[in-house]
Design a protein around this ligand. Structure first.
Ligand code: KG4
Ligand code: ZN
Length: 353
């Protein structure tokens, strides 16, 4: 089939590191030609969290059809691809193997490049997608999801510096655990935010772990334990919906105040290295929380930063960001061999540009 020159350098992206099976095709400029995303939420919900084995099997079952549909919608043949980019880590090993090996197979058959994408790098480069913030390097990134909570200076493709991270739970994990304590469906974050809207945030005074301490690390396990103790203080069956709403609101306030405090420190650290550009980007599922966005917006403004949060569908796991990270790497002439491993643990700092 005839393709124009932009489509002739298209990139197929594949995401399968956790519980979302996703594929996307971008043209050479980064324009999204087609995308598909299948959440496995319903498969994992009865277990109250992601079951790795179920996730891997679901990726295996759904990925071939999903990729075929995405390519058809993009109107492309596999030979039109300049590269196939797949998340190779960090994440759940089964899903990483399924996605990255499927991508290698396509690249091998189509005779195009393969790119092993670091999932965190894909989140980090999202604000550079055409039509979003147009973020120029360097910028400060807060990544807050179910699996990660970290501050990163994004200095270039493959050039990242970790400023701080959680020393125990991730922020989304804390939302999920507190959601479970309150009897909310998994994942707890969105339901907890809705419940908190009708609650009194001043009724319970939960701790703000590490607030005011130097640096910008996080700790959330003490906060979660304090909520568990507050819930346990109610006799069996006595926790009303109004009580649960007050606990949710008080927890969310503690969370937001901790994030705001850590943000002040992170912005100061960033400014000491890069005095001029002042962009704070927040991404990951927790960035979908309106109270979190509002609080970060306020502290960013105080520090002379502007806050950018990608639209919610690009904050959470998706394949557009994987294809985009692939395109960014491709533009630098980078590619990976078919022996590139799937890496459950793959810190951003281990990437080299
Ligand atoms: O980025 P994500 O979709 O997946 C990964 O963890 O990689 O993030 C999911 C996390 C879950 O912990 C979920 O509860 C949380 O993001 N989350 C929220 C909200 N929406 C999603 N947390 C708080 N408020 C929300 N509105
Ligand atoms: Zn993610």
């Amino acid at each position: 089939m005839a393709v124009d020159s932009a489509n002739a350098r298209a990139v197929l992206g594949i995401e399968s590191s956790c519980d979302e099976t996703a594929a996307a095709v971008l043209d050479a400029t980064g324009r999204v030609l087609a995308e598909r995303l299948l959440s496995q939420r319903r498969e994992h919900a009865p277990f109250g969290g992601v079951v790795p084995e179920i996730a891997a099997r679901a990726h295996l079952a759904h990925l071939p059809g999903l990729v075929r549909e995405t390519m058809e919608e993009a109107g492309l043949d596999y030979r039109d691809l300049a590269a196939v980019a797949a998340t190779a880590g960090p994440g759940l090993i089964g899903g990483l193997i399924v996605g990255s090996h499927f991508a290698k197979g396509i690249a091998l058959a189509a005779g195009c490049r393969f790119l092993a994408i670091n999932h965190l790098e894909a989140h980090a480069l999202t604000p550079r997608l055409p039509g979003l913030a147009g973020a120029a390097f360097p910028y400060l990134l807060l990544l807050v999801s179910g699996g990660h909570s970290q501050w990163v200076t994004v200095e270039g493709v493959g050039r990242y510096r970790l400023l701080g991270r959680t020393i125990d739970d991730a922020a989304g994990e804390a939302f999920d655990k507190v959601g479970k304590l309150l009897g909310l469906p998994w994942p707890g974050g969105p339901a907890l935010e809705r419940l908190a809207a009708s609650g009194d945030p001043a009724r319970f005074r939960f701790p703000r772990p590490l607030a005011g301490r130097p640096g910008c690390d996080f700790s959330f396990s003490g906060l979660k334990t304090a909520v568990a103790q507050a819930v346990a203080a109610f006799p069996e069956g006595a926790l009303s919906r109004a009580d649960a709403a007050d606990i949710a609101a008080s927890f969310q306030l503690a969370m937001v105040e901790v994030l705001a405090d850590r943000a002040r420190h992170a912005m100061a650290l960033f400014t000491s290295r890069f005095p001029d550009p002042r962009l704070l980007v927040v991404s990951g599922g927790v960035a979908a929380n309106n109270a979190v966005r509002a609080a970060l917006g306020a502290v960013a403004a105080e520090a002379g930063f502007s806050l950018f949060a990608p639209p919610a569908r690009l904050c959470t796991d998706n394949a557009v960001m994987v294809a985009w990270a692939g395109l960014e790497r491709l533009r630098l002439g980078l590619e990976d061999g078919f022996d590139a491993p799937a890496r459950p643990r793959w810190p951003l700092e281990e990437l080299s540009g």
